[in-house]
Design a protein around this ligand. Structure first.
Ligand code: BGC
Length: 380
């Protein structure tokens, strides 16, 4: 935690150094409520986020505004609202405002290549934020959480909190196939769950593709794609709900009772948990999540969601800002890994993650200053 705070302060200080002379007034931004802090003039750093309809991305927006805005660094945050076309228009808008660095979390990792190629052609440095953009050499850097560790932590939690016995029903759900992260999360979860499936401790309840691959420790991207094809939530709460309902309707009594549910993130976890909670033949469920969204933290306090993964957006935003500042300064940013995007190895900076349960919710999220205790009820 100390290290994180340090890097946060470091980034903020670097931004302050760079920002000398920049205005700190808000120009109001687009009518959609998108944030702008460009002092009425040119925008140096443009930020594009996938949607404001998921609390996760509002957390990131808040961090960017805090770090860049407070320092008077000219910037603008635009949302793509689930549309690659809007995303491309957003990038074009930011290019026309003179940005030097684009920080972008893609709606669709492959489709976003066209937008970032435009940015590259306009001389803009591109930082992929959280989600990798694939199939292009127009991504300069990638700032990400350790997504494999996210999936592995989810899988390990299910193992550690499973009821005793064998053939314990395991429901698998995944993110959107257009998001490279969905593959990495699943790969991480599979890396720990697969031995338990292969030895008969767990029995997959809702994916014939996963069942057919249960003896394979490592899956190819195509194989993971086939499983995701059956169990995707599309990162959409409604899809998650209807898929959970359909899957529970399709199974027999042997796939009910005390069950385990791999849910890919908090929004989908709450939807799926609500469905499992109302099925009279499901006696108990253990369900995962990620993002530490406020609503899920409350679900965890209330015993309706079992865990979440805390991805500290303060660190991720600070890391990308620090990278942007280096780039504006003509310096080579520090990286610690590479991610292959099917075209090039993209230099990356990774941030670690923290598992949050009822037991450490206060220490991880309140004591670290991420949320206020008053935002929740029943917190001890
Ligand atoms: C992010 C998750 C998020 C999901 C849905 C992923 O790429 O890493 O934090 O929950 O997208 O928006």
């Amino acid at each position: 935690m100390k290290r994180k705070l340090l890097s946060f302060l470091l980034a903020a200080t670097m931004v302050m150094g760079m920002a000398t002379g920049c205005g700190n007034t808000s120009s109001g931004g687009a009518d959609t409520g998108d944030a702008a802090n460009s002092g009425g003039g040119e925008v140096q750093v443009g930020i594009v986020l996938p949607t404001k309809d998921e609390p996760r991305w509002l957390q990131d927006q808040k961090q960017f505004e805090t770090i860049l805005g407070d320092a008077g660094f000219s910037n603008q945050v635009l949302f793509s609202q689930g549309s690659s076309a809007t995303e491309k228009t957003n990038v074009e808008t930011l290019i026309s405002k003179g940005i030097k660095v684009l920080i972008i979390c893609a709606q669709d990792g492959a489709a976003a290549s066209a937008a970032v190629e435009e940015a590259k052609n306009a001389g803009v440095k591109v930082i992929a934020y959280d989600r990798l953009i694939t199939g292009t050499d127009a991504v300069d850097y990638y700032v990400t959480f350790d997504s494999f560790a996210v999936g592995a932590a989810q899988g390990q939690y299910l193992i550690d909190n499973a009821p005793s016995g064998s053939d314990i029903p395991l429901y698998l759900f995944a993110g959107a196939a257009t998001d490279n992260n969905a593959f990495i999360f699943f790969e991480g979860a599979w890396s720990v769950l697969q031995p338990k499936i292969a030895d008969g401790t767990f029995k997959i309840a809702n994916s014939s593709e996963a069942e057919a691959l249960k003896d394979k420790a490592e899956l190819s991207r195509d194989e993971i794609g086939k499983i995701i094809g059956q169990v995707t939530t599309d990162w959409d709460f409604n899809v998650a709900k209807s898929k959970a309902e359909a899957h529970l309707t399709a199974v027999g009594a042997d796939a009910k009772g005390d069950v385990l549910v791999l849910a890919p993130n908090d929004g989908t976890s709450r939807s799926i948990a609500d469905v499992f909670a109302t099925d009279k033949d499901v006696t108990s469920y253990v369900i995962t999540g990620q993002d530490s969204e406020k609503a899920s933290v409350q679900y965890i306090i209330d015993g309706k969601q079992s865990m979440t993964v805390f991805k500290d957006t303060r660190t991720l935003a600070a890391d990308s800002v620090s990278m942007a500042v280096d780039l504006l300064d003509g310096k080579e940013p520090a990286t610690d890994s590479t991610y292959n995007n099917e075209k090039i190895d993209v230099p990356a900076k990774q941030t670690s993650i923290v598992v949050v349960t009822k037991d450490n919710v206060k220490a991880a999220l309140i004591d670290s200053g991420y949320y206020e205790a008053s935002e929740f009820t029943g917190l001890e």
